[in-house]
Design a protein around this ligand. Sequence first.
Ligand code: NAD
Ligand code: IPM
Ligand code: MN
Length: 362
Amino acid sequence: MSVKPLRECGPAARIAVIAGDGIGKEVTPESVKAIRSAITSARRQIEFVEFDWGADKFLREGVSLPAGAVEMLANEFDAILFGALGDPRVPSNQHAADILLGLRFKLDLFVNARPVELFHDRLTPLRDRSANDIRFMVFRENTEGLYVGVGGFFKKDTPDEIAVQEDVNSRKGVERIIRHAFDYARRNQLKRVCMSDKSNAMNFAHDLWQRVFKQVLQEYPEIESRHLYIDTLAMEVVRDPRQFDVIVTCNLFGDIISDLGAQLAGGLGLAPSGNIHPGRTSLFEPVHGSAPNIAGKGIANPLGSILTSGMMLDFLGWKSEGDALRNAVRSALQENFVTPDLGGDKGTVEVGDWIAARVGSR
Ligand code: NAD
Ligand code: IPM
Ligand code: MN
């Protein structure tokens, strides 16, 4: 799926690398290797600076997102390449909330772009579906909704306990993500935008989504606008994914529908994403988490992170290098040079080396 550059960074880019926890630490170096291999032209330079933010540091020093980190990233870096956060030793997930959600909110990365694209027919669990049938973009609102952490406990740890989690939706926030979805469709000559909510039950928050959607769609008469409730959308993307070009939805529903979409196209090991504020420092991460069940075994699939790096290169305006990564991933899938989650017997580093070699030999 082609994406117009959202930040023209010229011939040189500075990338902050936050590998994080678990398999984040295994797949991210493979991505860096692939990018280095893609940047062959003397016209381009890329500098990576690594940050050790994650569970180890949090447990050792009590520091999750260091003071001044947000300003430093915003001022000194073009983009952030992120692995994953989450560690069984931190059951509260506090450090992940501080770092990942902290960066999404504080850098105002309101677009979570999660493309679903089937790269090889054999990877979908759907019967009689091929690559042309499964290609859509999910735009997830990324700075509001049920993720803002507004709420509290009342009578905690008593039988009468009450827990409240507020769903925060601003008109500005809803409008900018819906508008982004339509603009993306227009730029890429995609015909259909589907907004999904739960306005039949969430009669305040999603009434706002309804009203804003109906207002914005009028500015895009050439695009077929459609609304589906989120439960119906979950069913329809499985029943017939050909119906969708662009889906736009709220933070929580976008989280869920993007994992569902990932599985339609080969699973979490392959799914990329970008947390974007057009024109500003943005954060790119695979959709998957730290996968403690396979961490340390050397079998995590690095292709999701490598496709994520492809999105990052597109964002920087380096489209041909982004294409080189996607083409190499396509070849690895065709030749079945893949990790066990995709039915192969290769390790993370083996696949990473193969991709870097393929990218370098183009
Ligand atoms: P997960 O995505 O880590 O794993 C789900 C399943 O998919 C597991 O069976 C795992 O082995 C498999 N899987 C995921 N990525 C894979 C890859 N690259 N190669 C092969 N298999 C892969 O989700 P989870 O188990 O629900 O969460 C684990 C931790 O990660 C939790 O702490 C969670 O909060 C965190 N998490 C972080 C992010 C993030 O940092 N962006 C995203 C999702 C979950
Ligand atoms: C994701 C993850 C995160 C989210 C978690 C780790 C907070 O699942 O990036 O999809 O829900 O946004
Ligand atoms: Mn998720």
